[in-house]
Design a protein. Structure first.
Ligand SMILES: *Cc1c(COP(=O)(O)O)cnc(C)c1O
Length: 480
């Protein structure tokens, strides 16, 4: 493909994408295919002679689209939102064109510098404490990670290194292995599975603190665990507090937990993967109170802030905690500015070496929506979730399971888990809307998450009518 064909095909592709987005509502949100559907539809090996662009684009509708779950359909209410906007898609095109690998400042100065500034812009939108910003050449700063899971892992590994150095400085005879055996990290029992996984990958114990009646981690349960574990000779070193849990969007009590972590010299990482985007609205900012106690904070603009995957924003108060933990300087990666103190080499902040120019997406989105546009977007979703909540509350057969704070509604039929499982099964086999469940303690619960950029009140109402009809079927079947 040469530049002139690229011009033509690029315009066709933009039309295809715009048509896809405009027509997405007419597509069945969840596909009909069975596992293994795709292999028989394509050749067993790559073509020896080139195919044409037409061949490929025709196959997109024939082979790919039938197996796509349409995450941006206004009838998609599963998981949490994943961001999508036209400015972000356009910026991603440019990112692909520049195609730099921004592991160090010298590897592409704009890639590094725009990221630093965008992370400050975003930090200011959230009113993050100044200690997390890079602006005044302080000790803090932000970095774009690929995912919240990576951010948690990076924080855990940095915390692990930090505590090992601290203990070895006091007692040089201690081996790393002897220390690691005793290290223990904590999160609430509602934390995302990626937290447990970070513990597995990091080779340290991770303990779940029982959450309270509102699914929040509280001081008393944490204190109890700390006392028990310290008495058993363990070394508490790391805590993940969650703001906006994946199951039910509950909030750990940072104002209680934070000071305990500080007093115990434990690294506090705050995971606000979904809810973080809402903190750009002054009326939701109080949910972030207590972040001042944290060592690192992370949320996903790629969930709810219109910046397409991947873009996970992580800030640390002391960037040397990260950069000192994993630093290696082979000759081929060295450059003349690296020790000037003026620049950032993001390769020291993350696990991979390579990194894309992801801040372009933030720059385009923040400028084309403006903070006000982004706030309006969040508010609209929160309003829609409350609309769904009030529909549910009007029907005495149903109950709301947790206070609705942002864009997620956890609800169920009053009655057994079996009847709720049957309802979810009917919903997801009808494929008009898509939901996923969760367990809250021993209860099977349906999650209704406001997801799509284009979802409106009419979609929410249609979804509710549909759920009610299926619920009537389930209840009738149960009586028979
Ligand atoms: C979605 C989610 C994650 C995982 O996010 P990734 O970016 O996919 O790793 C982690 N924590 C919470 C609370 C989440 O909701």
């Amino acid at each position: 493909m040469n530049a002139s064909e690229f011009r033509r095909r690029g315009k066709e592709m933009v039309d295809y994408v715009a048509n896809y987005m405009e027509g997405i509502e007419g597509r069945q949100v969840y596909p009909d295919v069975e596992p293994g559907y795709l292999r028989p539809l394509i050749p067993a090996a790559a073509p020896q002679e080139p195919d044409t662009f037409e061949d490929i684009i025709n196959d997109v509708e024939k082979i790919i689209m039938p197996g796509v779950t349409h995450w941006h359909s206004p009838y998609f209410f599963a998981y949490f939102p994943t961001a999508s906007s036209y400015p972000a898609m356009l910026a991603d095109m440019l990112c692909g064109a520049i195609g730099c690998i921004g592991f160090s400042w010298a590897a592409s100065p704009a890639c590094t510098e725009l990221e630093t500034v965008m992370m400050d812009w975003l930090g200011k939108m959230l009113e993050l404490p100044k200690a997390f910003l890079n602006e005044k050449a302080g000790e803090g700063g932000g970095v774009i990670q690929g995912s919240a899971s990576e951010a948690t892992l990076v924080a855990l590994l940095a915390a692990r290194t930090k505590v090992i150095h601290r203990l070895q400085a006091a007692s040089p005879e201690l081996t790393q292995a002897a220390i690691m055996e005793k290290l223990v990290a904590y999160s609430s029992d509602q934390a995302h599975s990626s937290v447990e996984r970070a513990g597995l990958i990091g080779g340290v114990k991770l303990k779940a603190i029982p959450s309270d009646g509102n699914f929040a981690m509280r001081a008393s349960a944490l204190q109890e665990a700390l006392e028990r574990d310290k008495a058993a000779g363990l070394i508490p070193f790391f805590m993940v507090a969650t703001l906006g849990t994946t199951t039910c969007c509950s909030f750990d009590n940072l104002l209680e937990v934070g000071p305990i972590c500080n007093k115990e010299d434990m690294w506090l990482h705050v995971d606000a993967a979904y809810a973080g985007s809402a903190f750009i609205c002054p009326e939701f900012r109080h949910l972030l109170n207590g972040v001042e106690f944290a060592d690192s904070f992370n949320f996903n603009p790629h969930k709810w802030l219109l910046v397409n995957f991947d873009c996970s924003a992580m800030w640390v108060k002391k960037r040397t905690d990260l950069t000192g933990a994993f630093r290696l300087d082979p000759t081929y990666l060295k450059h003349s500015h690296q020790d000037s103190g003026l620049i950032t080499d993001y390769r020291h902040w993350q696990i991979p070496l390579g990194r894309r120019f992801r801040s372009l997406k933030m720059w385009f989105v923040f400028r084309m929506y403006g903070v006000k546009g982004l706030q309006a977007y969040i508010r609209k979703h929160v309003l829609l979730s409350h609309e769904f909540e009030s529909l549910v509350r009007q029907d005495p057969r149903f109950e709301i399971c947790v206070e609705v704070i942002l864009g997620l509604v956890c609800f169920r039929l009053k009655g057994s888990n079996k009847v709720n499982e049957a309802l979810l099964q009917r919903i997801n086999s009808a494929k008009k809307i898509h939901l996923v469940p969760c367990h809250l303690r021993d209860k099977f619960v349906l999650r209704f998450a406001i997801c799509s950029r284009t979802v409106e009140s009419a979609h929410v109402q249609r979804a509710w009518e549909h759920i009610k009809e299926l619920a009537a079927d389930v209840l009738r079947a149960e009586r028979e």
